[in-house]
Design a protein around this ligand. Structure first.
Ligand SMILES: NC(=O)c1ccc[n+]([C@@H]2O[C@H](COP(=O)([O-])OP(=O)(O)OC[C@H]3O[C@@H](n4cnc5c(N)ncnc54)[C@H](OP(=O)(O)O)[C@@H]3O)[C@@H](O)[C@H]2O)c1
Length: 290
């Protein structure tokens, strides 16, 4: 009788674990549905497209035949990204949107409102590493505005103009799930991005909304070298576009990040806190950013 009970519990546990594993793997095996959004003359708007992940996603979308609206705060960098895109994709139409999202959360979109926009990538974001008390009130306001209010207002303003079917990608971070020290404001904004995205995914009909929970990626603001756990922005952008149509509201596009985060989450909290605090303290000493 006891033996039978132990067997039953064992088989049930194994079944649940296999089911969880299946649920984890399937979204990474599904083929990308990106081209579903490539209606005639389709445009994709990417915020923070002059560097890092945003630039890589803009280039990758152009490679896939989309026209792109690239947002940034620096005219020269916007021109340089446009040149890079046009060199590889001569028929691609590139439009600039110049706006500092930390100065004002409301961007003038009147120049693009009549274009057939099918994709919005809310990528822009900054993450200054700092003790909270070392940040000025202005820096806190600007970080929150750029990372949360700006994408919220932009999404609000663009939805009525979207050509359907449409896609919204929101850039969150592992810091929003496992908030590290010295990144309190950033972690808070990235948790916001994730919650905002999941809520919209349930709310909107005929618009796919995915929260991209991002681990470490080699970019303009994260100069740590490329490794198995830290892809280049270009590799990461390909993974992001491969996850379109994955069926999940929130996903870590790079599967190695998902495994890394799972393994970290099963460690004792005190141990995680101690290790991350030491690591972030070292970064703080060199005044980096994530
Ligand atoms: N890299 C990582 O390890 C990592 C990890 C987790 C999440 N993420 C998220 O991924 C996103 C992109 O990060 P990234 O590492 O690719 O950053 P990045 O290389 O520093 O690029 C940031 C982009 O945003 C633009 N930008 C910054 N401040 C702006 C402002 N006030 N107004 C308008 N544009 C502004 C930058 O313009 P300039 O070229 O003029 O500076 C650049 O185009 C962020 O949301 C970040 O939180 C990154």
């Amino acid at each position: 009788m006891i033996n039978q009970l132990i067997w039953s519990i064992g088989i049930l546990t194994l079944t649940v674990l296999l089911f969880q594993l299946f649920k984890f793997i399937i979204p990474y095996l599904r083929s990308s549905q990106l081209l579903k959004y490539k209606t005639e003359d389709a445009y994709a708007l990417i915020t923070g497209a002059t560097d890092g992940i945003g630039k890589a996603i803009a280039l990758e979308l152009a490679n896939n035949g989309f026209n792109v609206i690239i947002h940034g705060r620096n005219v020269e960098k916007l021109k340089s990204v446009e040149n890079e895109i046009m060199t590889k994709n001569t028929t691609c139409k590139v439009i600039h949107l110049l706006h500092d999202g930390s100065e004002s959360s409301k961007m003038d979109i009147s120049s693009i409102a009549n274009l057939p926009i099918n994709i919005l990538v809310n990528n822009v974001g900054v993450g200054p590493i700092s003790e909270l008390t070392e940040m000025s009130n202005e820096e806190i306001d600007k970080t929150i505005m750029l990372n949360t209010t700006f994408p919220s207002q932009l999404t609000h303003d663009l939805i009525p103009f979207f050509k359907r079917p449409a896609l919204i990608l929101n850039m969150s971070s592992y810091a929003g799930l496992l908030p590290p020290p010295y990144l309190a404001i950033y972690a808070g904004t990235k948790a916001y991005n994730n919650a905002f995205s999941i809520s919209l995914a349930c709310e909107l009909e005929n618009i796919e909304v995915i929260s991209l929970v991002t681990g470490s990626v080699n970019t303009g603001s994260n100069r740590k070298p490329v490794s198995l756990m830290r892809p280049s922005a270009e590799t990461y952008a390909k993974c992001v576009l491969n996850r379109i149509g994955c069926g999940k509201q929130t996903i870590m596009p790079y599967w190695q990040h998902a495994i890394q985060t799972f393994l970290i989450s099963i460690l004792p909290q005190k141990f995680i806190d101690k290790v991350t605090k030491n690591a972030l303290k070292k970064e703080l000493a060199t005044k980096g950013a994530i």
